[in-house]
Design a protein around this ligand. Structure first.
Ligand code: ADP
Ligand code: 5GP
Length: 207
């Protein structure tokens, strides 16, 4: 039996840890992927585009989507809602793609409960809090206040690393990218519970 169903790769970690940078490094080496574009109620930032970085909607629209059961998971992060739409994820999984999420620790908790048999989770961290500060400053996308808030948030997120399958310390970029590549390739090889049942049934068939 071929293993041909899709799989999920969850990436979490403090803002500024290097998740987008690492993903860009490996995206061409990990086969067919679908990067899940989340929906959020937060304000669009300079340089972002609607439908590319996020689907930006109002709180009222978000609430209606919750009521309609549109989200695989959603969470309140820094006072704004963020959610993963179910439909495109289902479609990508059916097409045997590796579905990649950049979601927070609350989102990972839900995904691992709902779809743990086909998901692999990775926490990406900079080597130190100090280095995170340097990177956030260097990225030049956040004000001083926002950076202070992100560092506080990072201290809390780090406490939940043990909930993840893997920790990648993004110190030397090439080394970290290589690790992410290996993990993404292995994530695809995970067998879903139903595939295991199917295999066991067929395995006992005698001509
Ligand atoms: P995230 O997507 O996790 O918020 P980014 O990918 O935007 O983080 O990275 C934050 C900043 O850190 C960017 O300016 C990026 O160029 C830089 N960066 C990422 N990885 C490294 C690394 N290994 N060493 C030094 N700088 C890095
Ligand atoms: P930012 O506003 O900086 O883009 O993202 C803030 C946080 O929200 C990050 O930790 C990011 O991983 C998380 N996030 C983005 N999209 C989602 C989502 O769909 N679900 C959850 N649970 N978290 C998300």
């Amino acid at each position: 039996m071929d293993h041909n169903s899709g799989a999920i790769l969850v990436l979490s970690g403090p803002s500024g840890a290097g998740k987008s940078t690492l993903l860009k490094e490996v995206i061409n080496d990990i086969g067919e992927c679908y990067f899940s574009i989340s929906t959020t109620t937060r304000q669009i930032r300079e340089g972002e585009s609607n439908g590319v970085d996020y689907h930006f909607i109002s709180t009222k629209e978000f609430q209606a989507d919750i009521d309609d059961g549109m989200f695989l998971e959603y969470a309140l992060v820094h006072g704004n809602y963020y959610g993963t739409s179910l439909k495109p994820v289902r479609k990508a999984l059916k097409a045997a793609k590796l579905v990649i999420f950049d979601i927070d620790v609350q989102g990972n908790e839900i995904i691992s409960k709902r779809l743990g048999d086909i998901s692999t989770s990775v926490f990406i961290s900079p080597p130190t809090l100090n280095e995170l500060k340097t990177r956030l400053k260097g990225r030049k996308t956040d004000t001083e206040d926002v950076i202070v808030a992100r560092l506080e948030m990072a201290k809390q997120e780090i406490q939940r690393i043990s909930e993840y399958d893997y920790l990648i310390i993004n110190d030397e970029l090439k080394t970290a990218a290589n690790r992410l590549k290996v993990i993404a390739q292995a994530a695809r090889l995970k067998f879903a519970d139903n595939e295991i049942d199917e295999f066991k049934q067929k395995w006992e068939d005698i001509d």
